[in-house]
Ligand binder design. Structure first.
Ligand SMILES: O=C(NCc1ccc(CNCc2ncc[nH]2)cc1)c1csc2nc[nH]c(=O)c12
Length: 243
């Protein structure tokens, strides 16, 4: 997979090379390139933004540096791949979107700053993604979150854990409580069932605790999810316990 980012703050992406991105690059699973579109401005003052026509507060990114930075990526990479604009007005990022993006072999992210983009920049763009309904100062952190969540799906990175996890019953439910050694931590015991070796009982306990957690914290997820008869029975059980 190749990922390009167009940004005014390329250094913000350097720390990613210390973790998941670096691992993917070392494994040859990922080509990662950040382009500073300020390098492409034809403006003698090196400006990349300007006042909005029609007045109003804030500055907008001008189209020329971004168009020319994109042309440079196209020349280098032999194309621009799937172009994603980070924008608060975009569709909300989530697990499904990450899975969808992971299917492309080339993604180009455009991260803006200031109060937004000149509308004509959207001509370059295939998709617009927001990280949620809160205001950030720019798109870089959003791009990093999306890249992290997407790169983890690469087979070389998480093997089949990511896909397997996605397919199992956890899909659509919150994670069950997890424990590791010691079984007795200063008097706080790990639930008996988990050290019983009874795998059927363990699986049922995990399913029930996933349902309990989802019921208590994210009932909206339960609304969206088809429940098996076993899950419905467990949920009835939980509802009476949680009275
Ligand atoms: O670039 C981003 N933010 C910078 C930014 C913040 C506010 C505005 C719009 N300004 C108000 C307005 N609209 C119309 C007129 N005036 C534009 C850009 C961003 C990328 S993804 C994301 N996801 C969640 N939140 C975010 O802010 C982001």
């Amino acid at each position: 997979m190749r990922i390009d980012v167009l940004s005014l703050f390329p250094d913000m992406f350097a720390p990613m090379r210390q973790s998941i991105i670096g691992k993917a690059i070392d494994k040859g699973a990922l080509d990662f390139q950040v382009t500073d579109f300020r390098d492409f401005t034809e403006n003698k003052h090196n400006n990349v933004d300007d006042y909005p026509f029609g007045g109003g507060a804030g500055m907008l990114l001008t189209p020329q540096p971004i168009f020319d930075a994109m042309a440079s990526v196209e020349k280098q990479a032999g194309g621009k791949g799937r172009v994603i604009l980070l924008d608060p007005a975009g569709r909300q990022f989530n697990h499904e979107v990450a899975q969808e993006l992971a299917t492309y072999d080339h993604l180009t992210f455009v991260a803006g700053h200031y109060e937004g983009y000149d509308e004509r920049i959207r001509e370059l763009v295939d998709d617009e993604i927001s990280l949620g309904d809160y205001v950030l100062t720019g798109g870089e952190l959003g791009a990093m979150v999306i890249i992290d969540a997407t790169v983890r799906f690469l087979p070389e990175i998480l093997g089949n854990a990511a896909s397997a996890e996605g397919d199992s019953f956890e899909d659509g439910l919150l994670e069950f409580p997890q424990y590791t050694r010691p079984a007795d931590f200063r008097g706080r015991m790990v639930p008996e069932v988990l050290t019983s070796g009874n795998h059927a009982k363990i699986a049922e306990w995990r399913l029930k605790e996933s349902l309990r957690r989802t019921y208590l914290r994210r009932p909206d997820l339960l609304e969206k999810r088809q429940l098996t008869q076993q899950e419905r029975d467990l949920l009835d059980n939980i509802k009476s316990e949680e009275q």
